[in-house]
Design a protein around this ligand. Sequence first.
Ligand SMILES: C[S@@+](CC[C@H](N)C(=O)[O-])C[C@H]1O[C@@H](n2cnc3c(N)ncnc32)[C@H](O)[C@@H]1O
Length: 231
Amino acid sequence: MVEVENVIQQLCDAEAFGYSQQEGHGFSSAAEEASWIDEIRTSVGMNDGQTCIDVGAGTGILTHLLAGLIAPSGRVVAQDLSGESLAINKSALSSSMATLVEFIQGDAHDESLFLPRFAQSVDFITARQSVVLFRDPVRVFKLWRRLLKPCGKVVILDALWTRASWSGDWEALVDALPLSCIQTLGTIPYLLKQAGLSVIENRYLARVNQVLGDEGISCPRFIVVAERTPD
Ligand SMILES: C[S@@+](CC[C@H](N)C(=O)[O-])C[C@H]1O[C@@H](n2cnc3c(N)ncnc32)[C@H](O)[C@@H]1O
């Protein structure tokens, strides 16, 4: 693990407890939560019995929603740098969901976390608001391609953050992270294609952005879905 990941891990460990109450991270209202669920269901089409790795799962905002989609016989692997965040993620799971979710702590750039165990075995890889923290996104996307089944999908949910979105201790990371404040929906699809994935959806999350109001205009949320086409 290199310096950037050490800094991110320390910041996420320190902020894990209040994370879901922070603006832009947790859901600010039931209407926002409902709009995310609605958009994810529309695009993702995840079903009972499927396997999903939630990369940068944090305190579980997406993980718990995914567990509901793959229940009762699927599996979600929640992976994150931050052990403190994963502890909260785990403790917040209901007992019926707990058996469906497994936790792996470590760096998404580290292939030994995932291989050989998950080689070509995963239906979905999800990442909500975590790819913007990757030091080398193409390296991670190439690794994801090796984990997906043929026709398996990557689902990236994120935002067009601005430099001003990175405040306090986070500000120092902006220039070390290539996706920290991208300003176009073109960037992530381009990088996914460089990693050998086919982009099948790339759009703003209109319902989420509408509920977010001014925040949805200044930092619009978006979804990118890419598929591993059979070799
Ligand atoms: C903004 S939070 C998002 C958490 C969660 N996905 C959500 O939707 O609330 C970003 C998460 O990505 C994790 N993260 C950042 N870089 C990572 C890396 N290289 N490997 C694994 N996790 C990472 C952080 O520890 C943090 O928990």
